[in-house]
Design a binder for this molecule. Structure first.
Ligand code: FAD
Length: 484
């Protein structure tokens, strides 16, 4: 039997890179019926843990792809996160006040997340073309010609109407387009180890940042018997930590409840440099950058993979509307306009967390710890932090009022289980409602609200432009008179 994979000659969307960002985009497109091809240079999906924390907002989108439930079954429902010094908790931030169907931090290895994404793509009939590396991209009206090297080393060309560069930190797509990736690469390193560490306390299922005089240590349980993740700030040149090193880090930096536990085995360990960079453009003509190709930052706060998945959520429905529903291509410009400012804010945020966590000097550290402990007692601070870390408040509008254009809607409010547009209305469905909309009648709104497939309220102008439909005008006059 010939197992050689056939490379297609053309596609509507070429997705370069089958990491979490690329696979989320590919599943979304496939589910929406958009033709796409996914290539990845690796012969098989990576089996490293890397991103271990999946935020509620990510689960809200992955639910529309039918991936959240199986991931939750495989992961650990983390309470939130905590910051401590060596002896006391300074601040504990549970997610249980977050207004989401998923008020917890899902702890699950990236390899498991990837496996769920791969399985869903396969269920939809997709298959990743592995061992296929993008070499170069040239404009070829009305798209691009992508030259790739296949698993036999042969050069092939795939013509693509649109290209999604989901090819990670050292993105070839970004380089081919000559897009800048300014920012900094601090000398600071981090060491990470996934270990067997029996006896994790049942009331501490959360990543705990311990701020010790010797540096920062993050400890978190992982799914699997006695599995845990240990991350520590480390000086430049530090090698991957051994079992002895991890035990030493726990003894010198860990909180009291961790110090009486011993690492029995190191299953994987590595060190890495933090880069803090945002691409100068997320779009260049028909080509887009998503995930680490577009932005990279400190993993403190567990935001990176989550942000790449949200990039894909933002772009997928726009490509669908343009390719299948006749929307103007200018719709795609909003991808950069919405996602790039979000990435810039995120980098500032993760930079602040890393700076606070890695402050040196005894007096400065003491002052930081006192401030954190005091801040945690201010009403509303814990809830605000939970909203920020969980990514629930990320939106693209000027107003935070519920149901204002650009704000996120709780998926339960609109029964969002698919990648459809939604109309949330106090009245029955209007007769001229486009078929793409799913209706939820609710007295929680005073006027009809259109919600995009990524869970964001669409402006009336956008809905009119895309569908020739005016949600506000669709309401029965008697109710409308009262509402407007
Ligand atoms: C130790 C560590 C811990 C982390 N913890 C967290 C966390 O808790 N939460 C969080 O949100 N994030 C975390 N991150 C960050 C997270 O791992 C990344 O943000 C995430 O993997 C980025 O996903 P991506 O799909 O953009 O890129 P990647 O996962 O890097 O995938 C890119 C893919 O593109 C492929 N590729 C590259 N070049 C080519 C080419 N020329 N042709 C074809 N294919 C190509 C690669 O083989 C790869 O499969 C962590 C990172 C590290 C290092």
């Amino acid at each position: 039997m010939n197992n050689k994979q056939e490379l297609p000659k053309s596609t509507d969307v070429l997705v370069v890179g089958a990491g979490p960002a690329g696979m989320t985009l590919a599943i979304s497109l496939k589910q929406l019926g958009v033709d796409c091809v996914v290539i990845d240079q690796l012969p098989s999906a990576p089996d490293d843990t890397r991103a271990a924390f999946v935020q509620p907002r990510t689960l809200e989108y992955l639910r529309r792809l039918h991936v959240s439930d199986p991931m939750i079954d495989d992961g650990l429902k983390g309470r939130g996160f905590a910051m401590a010094d060596r002896e006391h908790d300074l601040i504990r931030v549970p997610y249980d006040t977050v207004d989401s169907p998923y008020p917890f931090l899902l702890i699950i290895g990236q390899w498991q997340t990837q496996r769920h994404l791969d399985q869903r793509f396969a269920e939809l009939g997709g298959s990743v073309l592995r061992g296929v590396r993008l070499l170069n991209l040239v404009p070829e009206f009305p798209g691009s010609a992508a030259t790739v090297v296949d698993s036999d080393g042969a050069l092939r060309v795939i013509n693509a109407r649109f290209v999604a560069g989901c090819d990670g930190l050292h993105s070839r797509v970004r380089d081919q387009l000559g897009i800048g990736f300014p920012g900094s690469s601090p000398a600071q390193m981090f060491a990470v180890a996934d270990v067997k560490l029996p006896g994790w306390p049942a009331d501490r299922v959360e990543p705990a940042f311990t701020l010790s005089p010797h540096g920062m240590l993050i400890g978190s349980p992982l799914p699997g018997d006695d599995m845990a993740r240990v991350v520590a700030s480390a000086p430049p040149g530090t090698p991957a930590p051994t079992q002895h090193d991890v035990n030493d880090l726990i003894q010198t930096r860990g909180p009291s409840w961790m110090r009486n536990r011993k690492v029995e085995e190191v299953l994987s360990s590595a060190t890495w440099h933090v880069h803090e960079r945002v691409a100068t453009q997320f779009q260049h003509g028909n080509t887009f950058l998503l995930g680490d190709a577009a932005h990279t930052h400190s993993p403190a706060g567990g935001q990176g993979m989550n942000t790449g998945i949200q990039d894909a959520a933002n772009l997928a429905w726009k490509l669908h509307n343009v390719l299948c529903l006749g929307a103007p291509e200018s719709l795609l410009d909003s991808y950069d306009a919405e996602r790039r400012p979000n990435a810039q804010k995120l980098i500032e945020f993760t930079h602040q967390i890393t700076t606070v966590a890695t402050i040196t000097g005894h007096k400065e550290q003491q002052m930081r710890d006192d401030i954190l402990a005091a801040v945690s007692r201010v009403a509303g601070v814990i809830e605000a932090l939970a909203l920020r870390f969980s990514q629930i408040t990320i939106g693209y509008g000027d107003s935070n009022e519920p149901f204002a254009p650009g704000t996120r809607v709780n998926p339960d409010t609109i029964n969002a289980d698919e990648l459809t547009w939604s109309l949330l209305t106090p009245d029955a469905a209007p007769s001229d409602l486009p078929a793409e909309f799913k209706v939820t009648v609710s007295n929680g709104v005073s006027h009809p609200v259109a919600v995009r497939p990524d869970g964001i309220v669409a402006s009336t102008e956008l809905v009119h432009q895309l569908f020739g439909f005016d949600p506000a005008a669709s309401l029965a006059p008697a109710v409308c008179g009262g509402a407007r």
